[in-house]
Ligand binder design. Structure first.
Ligand code: AMP
Ligand code: ZN
Length: 478
């Protein structure tokens, strides 16, 4: 009885897949012209939780995520410069290098955060034929028109254009959502295929393809329509993204897919709220950009950030600060040590019926919290109250019952993804901190006291303390 908030109806709805226990899930992936910031990564932690909760409830998921590696312009209104091209100029590399480098870093971020990889990663540049086919279908259906810079979708030909975002188009004209392009029939029409610059302009794009309309590249929205249908069919079960996608990207995806196939694109549209910092949305162009590497460099474990994400429901804004992250780290380490204690006491054998009944009550609470639109703060509080309850009963608990409790915690960790059954993080010291530690030892040998002190302070800032014992310096987590 899993309920999810569906943006289409603006309400929590009972989730039932189209086909038995199989779930087709599509997530808008990153645009790979820069590092993902931890705001982007919050959205992917949310997708991971969605997948893991679905799996816990017995569903089998086929998850598809795209990599936008082409043609995403600096403006959502199909004008402006190509973000990848700007990055290539900035970094003096080819656009292909840019896309491949930032894709690799993104995948590493995902794995560091213990986010399960999608079953299918699909790159826009690997699916140009599918995008061209879809545009041809739209053209045949009378949904497109040609202007000087490309082929556009005529939104007036799709009557449900405003459904997802509940847009009032009369308000849009004055709003910032669309920019003026005098040739467009309606201000909110959007590009399906953009033409490459003409030979006379002297500009040559690195990424361009032949098409029935001329050499060019696809508009941003078309890739998700083409690839979701290609891999999942239509309709599929769940489509995810950040809330910024509701009014443009997802609205346009729906227009393309539903106009082409005359049926619903996805049953559930699930959107994650923003990570904010100093009261502003964290954004690639907002200059308030923190990456996972910044967090690691400050001595945090990526799982501290994962745990931090559980402190708010995915549909609420989450405010980032270093202090809040430090509290999350403390909370996570405390959790680890409680679980380590249970693991030490764990044995095998018969479990009393009273204990079984008690554990059953917690299992019900746990399931209910996850089923309530993926309520992670509530789910986590069930785990904490379970630990408190075990602690209270410690005098009467047998090793077998500890073993039973430990197994339950590990089963729940299939959702939390905090590696609760593995080597404890207190014992793990980041490489970067170890380097500082060795540099300090060396500085002391050379009697560079000031430098050694500065290094000690840096190590402390990363959350570790150094002590000089008779056997030499030692390092421990504060
Ligand atoms: P992009 O790489 O810009 O396409 O963004 C990747 C994902 O991150 C999209 O689903 C966005 O909706 C989401 N996103 C962008 N900014 C934030 C933010 N500050 N907090 C949470 N998610 C975000
Ligand atoms: Zn998309």
């Amino acid at each position: 009885m899993l309920k999810l908030y569906n943006t289409l109806s603006r309400s929590k709805k009972l989730f039932r897949p189209i086909k038995g226990k199989n779930v087709g899930l599509y997530s808008c992936g990153p645009t790979v012209y820069n590092y993902a910031h931890i705001g982007n990564l919050r959205t992917y932690v949310f997708v991971d939780i969605l997948k893991k909760i679905l799996a816990y409830h017995g569903y089998k998921i086929r998850h598809v995520m795209n990599i936008t590696d082409v043609g995403h312009l600096t403006s959502d209104a199909d004008i402006g410069e190509d973000k990848l091209l700007l990055a290539a100029l900035r970094e003096k590399r080819s656009v292909w290098d840019i896309a491949s480098y930032y894709t690799d870093v993104f995948k590493k971020n995902i794995s560091d955060l213990h986010i399960a990889s999608p079953d299918i990663w699909c790159k826009a540049t690997d699916h140009i034929p599918q995008q061209i086919e879809l545009i041809k279908k739209l053209e045949k259906g009378g949904h497109t028109y040609r202007i000087s810079d490309g082929i556009y979708f005529d939104t007036a030909t799709f009557k449900n254009y405003t459904t997802l975002a509940r847009l009032k188009l009369s308000d849009q004209k004055a709003g910032a959502r669309v920019e003026e392009n005098k040739e467009k029939r309606n201000p909110w029409d959007f590009a399906l295929w953009k033409f490459s610059p003409t030979l006379e302009s002297g500009v040559k794009r690195e990424m361009e393809w032949e098409s029935p309309w001329g050499v060019g590249f696809p508009g941003w929205h078309i890739e998700c329509s083409a690839m979701s249908t290609f891999y999942l069919g239509q309709p599929f079960d769940i489509h995810t993204g950040g809330i910024d996608h509701i009014s443009i990207h997802h609205t346009n995806e729906i227009a393309q897919s539903e106009a082409a196939y005359k049926k619903q694109m996805a049953r559930f549209w699930v959107h994650a709220e923003f990570l904010v910092i100093d009261n502003a949305r964290m954004g690639k162009s907002e200059g308030n950009f923190i990456t996972l590497q910044h967090i690691i460099d400050r001595g945090f474990d990526p799982l501290d950030y994962r745990f931090f994400c559980f402190s708010a429901h995915y549909r609420s804004q989450l405010t980032f600060s270093w202090d809040a992250l430090a509290s999350a780290r403390e909370g996570r380490l405390h959790l680890e040590s409680q679980v380590a204690h249970i693991s030490k006491e764990a044995g095998t054998g018969a479990v009393s019926s009273g204990m079984r009944a008690l554990f059953g009550v917690y299992e019900k609470k746990f399931l209910a919290a996850t089923a309530d639109d993926l309520n992670m703060p509530k789910t986590l509080s069930v785990l904490f109250s379970f630990l408190t309850r075990i602690n209270k009963s410690k005098k009467e608990m047998t090793p077998a019952e500890y073993g039973y409790a430990y197994k339950k915690i590990l089963a729940w960790d299939a959702i939390f993804g905090l590696r609760l059954g593995e080597e404890k993080s207190e014992q793990k010291i980041p490489k970067y901190v170890m380097q500082l530690f060795h540099q300090r030892t060396e500085a002391r040998k050379q009697k560079k006291w000031k430098h050694a002190d500065a290094l000690r302070i840096e190590i402390q800032r990363a959350g570790f303390s150094v002590e000089d014992t008779q056997e030499g310096p030692t390092i421990t987590r504060i």
